[in-house]
Design a protein around this ligand. Sequence first.
Ligand code: PLP
Length: 571
Amino acid sequence: MASSSLFQSSPLSLKPQNPTSLHPSTKPHFATTIKCVSTSTPPSSSSSSSDHPPHNIRDEARRHNTTHSHHFSARYVPFNADPSSSAAESYSLDEIVYRSNSGGLLDVQHDMAALKNYDGKYWRDLFDSRIGKTTWPYGSGVWSKKEWVLPEIDSDDIVSAFEGNSNLFWAERYGKQFLSMNDLWVKHCGISHTGSFKDLGMTVLVSQVNRLRKMNRPVVGVGCASTGDTSAALSAYCAAAGIPSIVFLPANRISLAQLVQPIANGAFVLSIDTDFDGCMQLIREVTAELPIYLANSLNSLRLEGQKTAAIEILQQFDWEVPDWVIVPGGNLGNIYAFYKGFHMCKELGLVDKIPRLVCAQAANANPLYLHYKAGWDQEFKPVKANTTFASAIQIGDPVSIDRAVYALKKSNGIVEEASEQELMDAMAQADSTGMFICPHTGVALAALIKLRNQGIIGTNDRTVVVSTAHGLKFTQSKIDYHSNDIKDLACKYANPPMQVKADFGSVMDVLKKYLLSKRAHYPALQINVSIVQETKFLVLNALELDVHPSFVHQLSRPISLSPNKVFNESI
Ligand SMILES: *Cc1c(COP(=O)(O)O)cnc(C)c1O
């Protein structure tokens, strides 16, 4: 049947709920660009065809004609417009427009009626069938949800690094040790192509720009103002597609790792002596005059990619809905993107509820937190953002404030804040349990600690903390912390390296002290001590003596054996 060819890479037999309402086209979607399409070849046999081995995964996608998105469509509409009047104003995604007539935000609105022709199980099975493959473009965690993201784009125009599909880490030790929680998870969105979750949205924006350029729209380059991660993602995706990128960066306010990324990727980098809000103002004025496409999250296309992280979380829990999702917020597009992803899953029947959302802000840049505390009905007041280690969210006048308020109201959400001390300590504690998180994720964890202490988040609540960037982008702040070298900050969990002379005795001395300090962690060993003392065999004295290192090693092992066994082994 016709519809089965839509997803022929899937081993599942997927049936639309109402197949008669669909009119799938049988002609190849890439009719003008395909050179060797064989529409008569059954898709299932093409992988074994040796006559025309695929040159690459794009060619293979063309051959399979996996794009079926022409049933689905999306348009720009004014954000949160009254549904009865929204018909009045809407734009094709192929238009270059960032704001509504009245100057408000836009939103990408999907043809939900068309998507609803398929039931929740159909979408769940479809998305699940695409995970972890190289099938273009579905190997990407974003484009595996293409029908919900940019349904009308040719797969051929997509610029992707197979972003997304990031791991959902069970923070077992952190949860148990610091929060008495069993079901705490960290969604490592920052383990990604350019090291932050901005890749999710940028693949969508740059793909659409790629399409516009092929349509000869006046787009010479793409520009953004950035606190670091957006410019890294923009320049990487533009470089992959050969599109010029221009980034406005606040001078001396971003990490070296973030600055070097756009430079290495060949972007035109303007280092401007102002803060993020100043850069944002400038780029908006500039893009109004020049053929530069604006890539900031004012641009609602990016949120379509960012929202897939929410869908992925549900998918990774086998479509069970967590109780809480905590997202660090600055310009506030992402808190809305997560809401939108969850809400679409509910509306289309993949799940039956959505999690409660928490937006976590740095206390040094907390306009949303103040707005929340004052009560949503008060007028929103931007603030002047102060320096924070969570530099990507050092934003005082968030572009997406309306989107964030909407998302939090609709999800029974909460806003929390974290001081520099709280966020750095939370980051250090998380790192000490085997993670390597960024300061923004530290903000989210600090918010979690507060909500746990207030009893709002319960010990058994399934909670997901969204980790937004890779810790390796923020090594300087970690180095400063562990060197106890931050003004006005008690670096409580600093773990500085020990300087030791290069001789055996000195090394032994520090190691013996270290092992003794760890002794308390091994209760079995403690029992051992008393038994040993009774028998006048002072095993622990071995630590004080020059014994063979392997003997010391045995003692410092986590021991759950019976004291006798250890005792005998030691002898
Ligand atoms: C962009 C970003 C955020 C915040 O996202 P907003 O949509 O601006 O609220 C958080 N953490 C990191 C690392 C980011 O790059």
